[in-house]
Design a protein around this ligand. Structure first.
Ligand code: ADP
Length: 462
């Protein structure tokens, strides 16, 4: 099968979140499964400045190679992508995002023709690439080149839909006839993700529980009706984890490698983390890690006010994250109040993230909603026990055997969960057994790729 994977970010070239991990790993797993895949993404400034080998194909198109022979094509355009951020700056989203990603989507389809890649499947991801199925079924509906091409849209987070004022519709280059209730119109605005959902052949999202949740008013963010209408074509496939990147047995970024057979060495990482973060080196003190975007979705509204209670329990906390200034301030206040117990790192730092996953005992991930979540899967592999709210992918990966799950979204229930974890931590034998169960969990991309292949086949037979 020929698969063109379109995403607005992909590891190792550009990353702001979990989408990049998926876009970097799924094509590799598809290649391992014998399929022919390419990736198409914007040629941001970070790509141009990176040390990766990037070759020029033609004017405004360059490419790199990942895996055995997967070409990653970069669509360049100084005006749209020659800037510091992917989607915005500190002050907020770039005001021309509709123009930027409409351009990307149009160019991606032209590129397929230019390189003569007759894709069986064009797999698009989130709103930034969601115009591709719309263009295929409108502008290109009579185009023989795409006659046998089918589209799959994966929703990584339905909270981000690409909403724009109706006046901007001409920027998409689409006929106004598509600005209606069965197309891209959404309460008088343009909703790009809605267009993708309406026009693609198959919709997937990144965990089975989230696939059900987005069809409800509580978590559908207004698109529940549109999704329900297409529910026969909607599937939940749990993301895999790239174990070549996330494996404590071969991790170059941590103080000491360890595996299930050398769990004692995990404590070398704990001590190293405590020392570098200015916390008291103490094997017996429970060390909780947080690596996250500082956003309401990630549960900061219950986590930030619970920090005082955790510190009073004697917990040590290492927090790594950036995001809403509101949470920067709240956390700074807590860190000031409990010096020596909290290490606050308000930045994006991949190396520190690895060291937190390796050195912590507990990993806190109380997301309000979580399409799939990588943090809990990473922490499981590192034997760092996740404590999660029962939602989305967290509900599909963490249970009370390999972690701790609380079922009512509240600060009190989070604190109660931490108390249960702290009591379990004191039982050394029980804790070790839990770590082993966590490390044995297998969320490999191989399983995910096989599930995607089945979905691609469904799309092809439609
Ligand atoms: P998201 O909703 O942000 O995509 P995921 O849990 O799916 O959440 O993926 C987040 C990814 O980004 C994980 O690999 C996590 O380790 C990483 N990450 C998040 N914040 C930071 C940070 N401040 N520094 C380094 N890595 C981070």
């Amino acid at each position: 099968m020929k698969i063109a994977f379109c995403a607005s970010e992909a590891v190792p070239f550009a990353k702001t979140g979990g989408l990049a991990d998926v876009a970097g790993a799924l094509p590799l797993a598809l290649e391992d499964a014998g399929q022919e895949a390419i990736v198409i993404m914007p040629g941001y400034e970070v790509v141009r400045r990176s040390s990766f080998v990037v070759r020029r194909l033609k004017e405004n198109i360059s490419y790199s190679v990942i895996g055995k022979n997967i070409k990653v094509y970069f669509i360049e355009n100084d005006k749209y992508f020659g800037r510091g951020g992917l989607y915005g700056a500190k002050s907020g989203d770039y005001p021309d995002n509709l123009e930027r990603f409409s351009y990307y989507c149009r160019r991606a389809l032209e590129l397929l023709k230019e390189i003569n890649f007759r894709a069986d499947i064009v797999h698009v991801n989130d709103w930034q690439t969601a115009l591709i199925p719309v263009y295929l079924k409108s502008v290109h509906s009579q185009d023989a080149f795409f006659k046998d091409t089918r589209t799959v849209l994966t929703i990584h987070n339905i909270g981000y839909q690409g909403l724009f004022p109706r006046e901007e519709f001409p920027k998409t280059g689409l006929d106004w006839g598509l600005f209606n209730i069965d197309g891209l119109e959404f309460y008088g605005k343009i909703n790009i993700l809605k267009g993708g959902i309406e026009f693609c052949d198959i919709i997937t999202t990144v965990s089975p529980t989230y696939a059900s949740q987005i069809q409800t008013a509580e978590l559908g963010f207004g698109l529940e009706g549109v999704l329900e209408k297409r529910s026969a074509r909607l599937f939940g496939i749990l993301n895999g984890l790239d174990y070549s990147v996330w494996d404590p047995a071969v991790d170059k970024m941590i103080a000491k490698d360890y595996s299930i057979r050398s769990l004692g060495d995990k404590y070398i990482n704990k001590e190293d983390l405590q020392k570098t973060c200015g916390l008291r080196p103490d094997k017996e003190a429970m060390l909780a890690g947080v690596v996250t975007r500082l956003a309401e979705q990630k549960g900061l509204d219950i986590l930030a006010p619970a920090i005082g209670n955790m510190c009073k329990m004697g917990l040590q906390l290492v927090i790594l994250g950036t995001g809403d200034l509101k949470y920067h301030r709240l956390l700074q206040k807590a860190a000031k109040k409990y010096p020596g117990l909290i290490s606050l790192n308000l930045k994006f730092d991949n190396k520190l993230a690895h060291r937190i996953y390796a050195g912590s005992d507990l990993f806190l991930m109380p997301s309000q909603y979580e399409p799939c979540g990588l943090g809990q899967m990473i922490s499981l592999r590192f034997g760092t026990i996740p404590l999660v709210f029962k939602t989305g992918g967290l509900a599909d990966t963490v249970n009370n055997d390999n972690g701790f799950v609380f079922v009512k979204y509240s600060r009190q229930d989070l604190i109660a969960g931490v108390k249960i974890a702290a009591a379990a931590f004191r039982d050394k034998t029980g804790w070790r057994a839990r770590m082993e169960r966590a490390m044995r969990c297998d969320f490999s991309w191989e399983n995910a790729a096989n599930a995607y292949l089945k979905v691609y086949e469904k799309a092809l037979s439609s």
